[in-house]
Design a protein around this ligand. Sequence first.
Ligand code: ZN
Length: 848
Amino acid sequence: MSAEKPYRLPTTATPDRYELRLTPDLTTWTFTGEERVAVRVHEPVREIILNAAELELHAVSFKTADGKVLPGRVSLDSENERAILSFAEAVPAGGGELEIHFTGILNDKLHGFYRSTYKGADGQDKPLASTQFESTDARRAFPCWDEPAFKAVFQVILVVDQKLTAISNARVVSETALPATHKKAVVFADTMKMSTYLVAFIVGEFEATEPVMVGKAPLRVCAVPGKKHLTPFAIAIGKASLEHFSAYYGIPYPGDKLDLIAIPDFASGAMENLGAITFRETALLVDAARATRTELERVADVVSHENAHMWFGDLVTMKWWNGLWLNEAFATFMEMLAVDAWKPEWRRWDSFTVSRAAAMQVDGLKSTRPIEFPVERPEEAAGMFDILTYEKGASVLRMLEQYLGDEAFRDGIRLYLRRHAYANAETTDLWDALEESTKEPVRALMDTWIFQAGYPLITVAKEPRGLRLTQQMFRYLQDGSDPERKWHVPIFLRVGTKTGVIEKTILLADREQTVELGDPVDWAVVNAGGHGFHRVRYGADLFDSLKRGLQVRLSAVERFSLVNDTWASTLAGLTSLTDYLSLIDLLSDENDVNVWTTVIGSGHHLERILDDPQCATLEKRLRALLGPAVARFGWTPRQGESDLESQLRGDLINALGTLGDDKACQEKARELFALYEKSPDAVERNLIPALIAIVAHTGTAADYDKFYARFKNAQTPQEETRFLFALANFRLPELIDRTLDLTINGEVRTQNSPYLMRGILLNKPARVKAWAFMKAHWEEMLRQYPDNAIPRMCEGIVGLATAELEADVRDFFARHPVKQGTKQMEQHLERLHVAVICRERWRDLLRS
Ligand SMILES: [Zn+2]
């Protein structure tokens, strides 16, 4: 096996328990380490092979069960990130202990064992070290069996400066001063049996909150000094979600303590290391009194998501990276459940509709992929952390849960977790558990969603006493591929007839099915509740009857689906742009924030595609739509309004001032921004992002300087990102140049620069400059930015929506392939192509 797949480890020797002692040096950015691994040798071997990368291994020996010490020789296979330990004498079968001494570097790429810096209260740069091991970077910190199926117990010992705090997965057992070196040895308890990618160690000047007990485990939030006042919100949702999951899963939290730790430099959003979850600061630290609802929701989401992983992912882990969706789709689904239970007024499942729609956007491309996808080489796992794994995965789980019933579904999940605790599982194990507990053919249904790419478009037509439903694959580009592809589609129907409203759930497994309802149909909502992962295309008469009853026959989520599906079919050329615009014209009295999100999103999309005079016509139409809505909501909060209403007011004003380019709105926004600068609490907090966006949209050099200073001196992580990312939206050429420069001159953390660059690419007046800049500095960006951010940054190319730019983009990426995101890159390019086709198609429309 090792000859055929040199990137996979042999199973002749496997680890049971690691004892790991690490001494990081935060001045030279290096570390030394030694490990003793209790190993089981399954047959006599002359070689033990494990993973190592960017490490030097100095001394290796193997102590057999009867105490004999066999010295080993090391050869490194850097291409496959392996260390081959050879022994002159065969290592006998049975137990033994492998001892390795090694050294490594604290890198600046935000993976493995890495360095981070922040400004202390004295204005000086302070160092810290943290880890990020998923998917395959534990091997940069210590030699190990770095595949998820090699679960083991870990005991970590960190030797650090006496004034520093050391955190790892388990509680501290002892701290011993080492006077000769001014250091201390911090010994942590044994972890449960778990995968290497979940190991963590963090060293720096951290402050921790007072522990709050959740069951038997203390929960704390840790951050660099001076940020304790930004922790109460995270503690509240942290405790609530852990309690929610303990009850839902029917299993107590599996660790012995839990620290939620904010790291100033962090490549992704957060990482579910057992007992020591790491976050980027914006995803954990927040001023609950001043942050917007969406900023708070983000913290609640990410904390819940990571906490859900303590069971789904940490306790039960996928066997190999092709099963990543088992971890991520579930954590995303559970995150919604917990946040929805904690703050029902946020209607979290309603706003999840927006995420579902974003997944459907990617999944409607030819270049999509199935949720579960073969992963051969471990580095291919990096490409799996995408919207299809997370959001499509969570959507199809929600669909299944609604189809089976929430209690039946939960019972199946409990069975699955109990059965595979402290071990690994595959997708098929989940279906076994759900089938056993529900007696429903879950596997046949779900295989069509997990192993097939794409999703169906359900066409609905009236029959004399019922409806006819037909499924076919939805694609933005009609290429006639795979016309036979079918799904088992749970369809939730609500139908109005002369005798009343009928609710019915059916499973559409064939190409076509007639649903008998006993009465002629007056109107019908297919995908009632919005849980189905499909689009709907109504016959003209059914569509008209829904348009006539938008606010009475459809719930907010259903209106969202109607608008979103119509927009998608407009992009696909199945509906005319005129028909789409006449549908959204009916929405001026709409009060749902998510419906407006899809309307405003389509406006931004059109603005990027169209040029004047169509763009000017579009702006005028948007002003006619948004103006009355803004007038209806006013600029100041009404007594007792909900957070969602406040958010919607902000979104509407934002869109009117930027997309609609409304002068009066811009003036008013500038006035209020001046007030906000003087007294931050004088302006309703959910309005602030709109004010910032509008000032940037119309911004001068003086505004730019102000924003830049606010970014540099921000008081909260949210304020920092608000002003930083707003710099991407200035439109004057010299200001665009300044922002471009910021992406590589070291002033912006590399965790943020790629997203700043994406923002500039999506800013229409900046896009040509931005694209030229990106091409010119491509190698530099690859060197500086974390690997996982490159394909995400490149999403900005979807804004380069002219035929000439598209040709140049294709040419560039043909010569500079992005290896860590081949699929995502194909998807960005196809989205760009769809936009360019629409540009051609709509060339003669909208001429005022
Ligand atoms: Zn996750």
